[in-house]
Write a protein that binds this ligand. Structure first.
Ligand code: ACO
Ligand code: ZN
Length: 281
């Protein structure tokens, strides 16, 4: 038996179309009832407004002048940018973003109240505009020292290293703030897999290049990762050993090989010198 609550939360969208992509949502998202259950929901990839029929959508596209997310561009390198958007000033855009995001997140409660958040939108740029790849949100003030509330790579861009770019960017902001940070809990399965991989890669890279003694606190200062997340990553690599009465970090052959393979992928990285941003006080 299902409660009415469960029925209402069954997946309600068939296909969403954004720019040149069509994707099938994974989970329920609270779009208005009259909007859901259509064969295709058309979403403007720039302003994120949604339409149930193609004619209306086309009409909108002839009028919509936006060619990038409606905020300040705070990072650009090669064909990649980040835009910072204040939930209080761009409520509609941020609510629409949360609706899209909920399609791929099972466990998050959707915030209609977007005011307390900043949204960082990652785009890929060409002569037609800056196309959204993914984003993360961040509380303006986090009592728990979270540096990221919610992260999403749109499904058509997943497994290409953009999740790492988003995570890296969130820690660059924390470094600029002179703070350590951690993503909001609980993490989704994909969130945990991706963060664990990311923390491990960053730490192994630092450790491989390191000569001499380094403490967990040193690693935390260099990365803005919390000591808890650092320990989580090092345990997952089986890199914490107990020798002669003290704990040591030991990278096994397997871990080094894995790191060498990772390096060969030549993934995109954030260049901190291209970040034009200072923390608001
Ligand atoms: N299966 C196995 N490993 C995975 C998978 C997967 N489906 N996805 C990511 N990983 C791991 C891999 O180690 C991967 O590296 P690899 O591709 O070189 O093997 C690594 O994570 C990072 O992959 P990226 O390509 O950098 O990450 P991606 O762009 O796919 O984004 C993200 C990751 C944001 C978690 C994405 O899966 C997503 O949007 N999921 C849906 C929303 C979600 O669950 N968000 C996290 C919620 S928790 C929170 O918001 C605080
Ligand atoms: Zn539009």
């Amino acid at each position: 038996t299902q409660s009415s609550g469960e029925v209402a939360r069954m997946k309600n969208l068939n296909i969403i179309e954004m720019g040149e992509f069509q994707v099938e949502p994974w989970y329920f998202s609270p779009y208005p009832t009259e909007t859901a259950y259509v064969p295709i929901l058309y979403i403007c990839e720039f302003c994120l407004c949604y339409y149930t029929n193609h004619k209306q959508y086309e009409r909108h596209r002839t009028k919509c002048t936006l060619q990038h997310p409606p905020g300040n561009e705070i990072y650009r390198k090669d064909d990649i940018s980040f835009f910072e958007i204040d939930g209080r000033r761009q409520k509609m855009y941020c609510r629409n973003l949360c609706l899209i995001s909920k399609c791929f997140l099972d466990h998050k409660t959707l915030y209609y109240d977007v005011d307390p958040f900043l949204f960082y939108i990652l785009t890929k740029n060409d002569d037609r505009g800056c196309h959204i790849i993914g984003y993360f949100s961040k509380e303006k003030e986090s009592a728990d020292n979270y540096n990221l509330a919610c992260i999403l790579t749109l499904p058509q861009y997943q497994r290409m290293g953009y999740g790492r770019v988003l995570m890296q960017f969130s820690y660059e902001l924390s470094k600029a703030e002179g703070k350590e940070g951690s993503p909001e809990k609980p993490l989704s399965d994909l969130g945990l897999l991706s963060y664990r991989a990311f923390w491990s890669e960053v730490l192994v890279e630092l450790l491989v290049g390191f000569d001499g003694e380094v403490s967990i606190d040193d690693l935390s200062n260099m990365t803005s990762f919390t000591t808890q997340d650092i320990l989580h990553a090092l345990f997952s690599l089986d890199a914490i050993r107990y020798y002669h009465g003290q704990h040591c970090i030991v990278l096994s052959e397997r871990v080094i090989e894995q790191y060498e393979r990772f390096k060969k992928k030549k993934l995109r990285r954030i260049d901190p010198t291209c970040l034009k941003w200072t923390p608001k006080v």
